[in-house]
Design a protein around this ligand. Structure first.
Ligand SMILES: NC(=O)c1ccc[n+]([C@@H]2O[C@H](COP(=O)([O-])OP(=O)(O)OC[C@H]3O[C@@H](n4cnc5c(N)ncnc54)[C@H](O)[C@@H]3O)[C@@H](O)[C@H]2O)c1
Length: 388
């Protein structure tokens, strides 16, 4: 199988691409052959490191006959436009989360891909993380009974990492709901199975200097009276990775001596332009490709309550707290933290095995993000309509 890797192009050589790159390079099921990037320095860096072709426009990437699939890693608001061009060119798509900002754009993405007969996978997303996949398999095996409740929490410095100006404007896809809740929603939907019915939520926008949501608590009701509780703070001083064996989101042991680093770096910039430049300083070509993380990625502590056991997901495996005994099931060694994503892309294209995280899946998760915002605004429970 690895003798026939997916010939992959990438659109957008920013931060998301840098974080995915080590896994991409480690995976023989995909081969990076081309990119589209508006900045000349990024294109030159790409050619220097990988060879292949580097185009200034998405249209040229879409016309490259050697490219089978494209990883869309451009800002959320561009996903629809880039899907239109690439799907028309017959390219299968791996589209960064969130699938889009508006439900209308997400629907357009789903419909354009279906019309063109191309596969869409929404990701990378933490629902692909190995412990999540493993917990799902354990649940599906049936010995623990039904999932009844899931608790998921994450305390990070997300809001103080360097941002483009629009990443701090909710209407333009900014804030933690579009960028972070979407991961928690993906994780709990995958573990719960079934259909989400409604959302009750509160959000917090506590820093006038960064006037978008930085925190939320959401109760998502699923069919059968089952529910999930999602709590997130991107303003945190506390770091919930201490509950995760001191392993960070990306699978690296956390350097706790770097405490407060995001706030310190941000305090050194004084204009939105300087902040955007600080962010560009972390994109492809500006930084070395990060090393491959030694372990799984994660998105904070998750506890799944089933009829006959509670399962706690850790970066290294699953703690099973059963009726009369406890055990730990370690995740097997994996070639890279995002191997499941590239495995899913490969298998979808080569053997037609479509993962859960399709375009429709991405739209359903996005709808829950919108429901979090709407419920917080109205004080009412918000019903869901796009979950299938
Ligand atoms: N899964 C993850 O771990 C993760 C992490 C970060 C970001 N993301 C996602 O990745 C996406 C991009 O976010 P980011 O933080 O990397 O932003 P970014 O600003 O760092 O990168 C975006 C890149 O897109 C490029 N771009 C803009 N217009 C383009 C065009 N017309 N054609 C080609 N390239 C173009 C920019 O030059 C830039 O390099 C978002 O949807 C975000 O949610 C995912």
């Amino acid at each position: 199988m690895t003798s026939d890797p997916i010939r992959l192009g990438v659109a957008g050589l920013g931060r998301g691409f840098v974080l995915t790159l080590p896994s991409l390079l480690a995976d023989r099921r995909v081969e990076l052959v081309a990119c589209a990037a508006p900045r000349k320095e990024s294109r030159q860096a790409f050619l220097g490191q990988f060879g292949g072709r580097a185009y200034p426009s998405i249209e040229e990437l879409a016309s490259d006959p050697d490219v089978e699939a494209v990883y869309i890693a451009t800002p959320h608001q561009m996903h629809r436009e880039h899907t239109a061009v690439l799907a028309a060119g017959g390219k299968h798509l791996l589209i960064e989360k969130p699938l889009a900002i508006s439900i209308a754009d997400a629907t357009a993405i789903v419909e354009m891909a279906e019309r063109a007969g191309v596969i869409v996978i929404t990701g990378p997303s933490h629902s692909f993380d190995q412990p999540v996949q493993m917990a799902r398999e354990l649940i599906e095996a049936g010995q623990f009974g039904q999932v009844r409740m899931i608790h998921s929490l994450n305390y990070t410095d997300f809001l103080y990492r360097p941002r483009r100006p629009e990443e701090l404007v909710t209407e333009q896809g900014g804030g933690v709901v579009f960028s972070q809740a979407v991961h928690q929603v993906d994780v709990v939907r995958l573990l719960m199975g079934g259909t989400a019915l409604s959302v009750s939520a509160a959000t917090g926008a506590w820093d006038p200097a960064r006037p978008t949501e930085g925190a939320y608590a959401a109760l998502v009701q699923f069919d059968g009276g089952r529910f999930a509780n999602l709590v997130y703070s991107g303003y945190a001083h506390y770091d919930s990775d201490v509950l995760q064996d001191d392993i960070g989101e990306l699978g690296f042991p956390k350097d706790m001596t770097a405490y407060g680093g995001a706030r310190r770096a941000l305090a050194a910039v004084s204009t939105p332009g300087e902040e955007a430049a600080l962010k560009s300083g972390r994109t492809f070509g500006a930084v070395d490709t990060p090393p491959l993380a030694p372990g799984s990625e994660h998105f904070g502590p998750v506890i799944v309550s089933c009829d006959r056991a509670d399962l706690r997901l850790t970066p290294k495996g699953i703690e099973i707290w059963g009726d009369d005994r406890r055990e730990f099931v370690a995740t097997p060694a994996s070639p890279s933290p995002r191997a499941e994503v590239f495995g899913a892309l490969h298998d979808a294209i080569r053997i037609g095995r479509i993962p859960a995280q399709t375009g429709r899946w991405g739209r359903a998760s996005l709808e829950i993000c919108h429901a979090i915002l709407e419920s917080a605004r109205t004080g009412e429970r918000t019903g869901l309509r796009h979950q299938n």
